[in-house]
Design a protein around this ligand. Structure first.
Ligand code: COA
Length: 377
């Protein structure tokens, strides 16, 4: 048993549970989903296959994959009253706030899912299919774009592009988004997944767990970092200024978003893959500005701080090249990670134990109560 006096701030290096879903080798820079290396999955699979893999522990055969695609297509449509509620949300809201609130609201329309410990792969599929629709419905409303059609024939990646940009992606764009979705699908006990598992461990339901996770992903130290990377690039402007701007920030002890990781001590393998996609999409669009800026920022941060890029460094550049507004980057992350969150919640229900750590109390224990009228003003 861990001595109560040993505080692991941020639960760093604490092994909280056993899981079969995801393995990170932080020293070798490897990421494994259910036994498969992410590099292989990013090169050869699709998001649908990966979601299936996370939920069922094995890759789907052709019939199972066709079935899952059909299910996603069918489950994309939201109840009309929910669509109206999304459309009446304040247009200036951050899409992550809209997403968090709407996931929670969706549960009201699917009461079977709100029973204690309700654990169905159906719920996981519903949420995974619905997230792009939720984000797209809000974004279209605030941008004056026409309402969404279900488009069941599209893959999740192509549907996401259609939902957000009101156009079909090119083959290269669809593959770039598909790879980004594959790379973001799971990452062991990251903060949002842990939040989801903590909620599930109380025997609460899948939708509540995912609501907790969306709120946790929003933070700039987690999923919100990709949006901040693009703000940094806008601030830097040209590669020649990268050195000065980054050094100034470091001298003020500011964090450079998209760098550093709690688990990886080498380059995040997802960053390696996304760097290539940033270059490929940049070349196809005749715009390598982001890629070149990021390469320069990387060089300075590594030289000055010895830090490596993480998944958030290059993802935003790929989305920006497609025309996706910055505040939709983290919602895209959520649209992928929901597959991992739900896989972990289902796993939590299989071997449930209330997650409840302890705190080392450092306050007083013997203060005397003083009635309010006798307290010093
Ligand atoms: N920019 C500048 N310095 C950084 C840094 C960054 N992105 N990440 C870590 N550091 C520095 C810290 O300031 C600290 O330096 P110090 O020892 O001189 O004080 C040292 O590296 C260790 O950082 P620490 O905060 O203890 O590491 P962590 O494991 O808690 O942090 C992150 C992990 C991800 C929170 C952190 O790297 C970070 O804030 N990154 C930026 C946000 C980001 O990209 N998040 C997405 C993660 S996928």
């Amino acid at each position: 048993m861990v001595e109560p006096s040993e505080v692991q701030r941020g639960l760093e290096d604490v092994v909280a549970l056993e899981s079969r879903i995801c393995f990170i080798d932080g020293l070798q820079g490897r990421l494994i989903y259910q036994g498969y290396d992410i590099r292989d999955l990013a090169a050869r699979s699709t998001f649908e296959e990966v979601a299936y893999l996370l939920w069922y522990g094995q890759l789907p055969n052709a019939a199972q994959l066709t079935d899952l695609r059909a299910r996603f297509g069918a489950l994309r449509t939201l109840p009309e009253p929910l669509v109206q509620r999304i459309q009446s949300m304040p247009l200036e809201s951050h899409p992550m706030d809209v997403l968090r609130t709407t996931v929670s609201m969706l549960a009201l329309f699917e009461p079977e899912e709100t029973k204690p410990g309700a654990s169905s792969i159906g719920g996981a599929q519903r949420l995974t299919a619905a997230l792009p629709t939720i984000i797209g419905t809000f974004h279209r409303e605030r941008s004056g774009l026409p309402p969404l059609r279900p488009r069941p024939e599209l893959s999740q990646a192509a549907y996401l592009v259609y939902a957000l940009l009101d156009r079909d992606p090119t083959e290269l764009e669809a593959r770039a988004i598909d790879v980004a979705l594959i790379l973001h699908a799971d990452h062991e006990l990251n903060a949002s997944t842990f939040a989801a598992r903590v909620t599930a461990s109380t025997l609460s339901d899948l939708y509540s767990s995912v609501t907790s996770a969306v709120g946790t992903l929003k933070g700039p130290l987690h999923g919100g970092a990709n949006e901040r990377v693009m703000e940094l690039l806008d601030e830097i402007g040209t590669p020649e200024l990268a050195e000065t701007v980054v050094k100034e920030k470091l001298s003020r002890h500011e964090r450079i978003m998209g760098f550093g990781h709690r688990v990886y001590k080498v380059e995040d393998p997802r960053a390696t893959i996304l760097r290539e996609w940033s270059r490929k999409v940049g070349e196809a669009k005749g715009n390598l500005r982001y890629y070149e800026l990021l390469r320069k920022v990387e060089e300075v941060v590594h030289r000055e701080k010895g830090l490596y890029p993480n998944v958030d460094l290059y993802s935003g550049s790929v989305y920006s090249l497609l025309g996706v507004p910055h505040d939709l980057f983290t919602p895209i992350f959520a649209a992928s990670r929901v597959s991992g969150w739900t896989a972990h919640v289902l796993e939590e229900y299989q071997d449930l134990r209330l997650i409840r750590p302890t705190a080392k109390y450092i306050g007083p224990t013997d203060l005397q109560y003083v009635p309010v009228e006798s307290r010093a003003p």
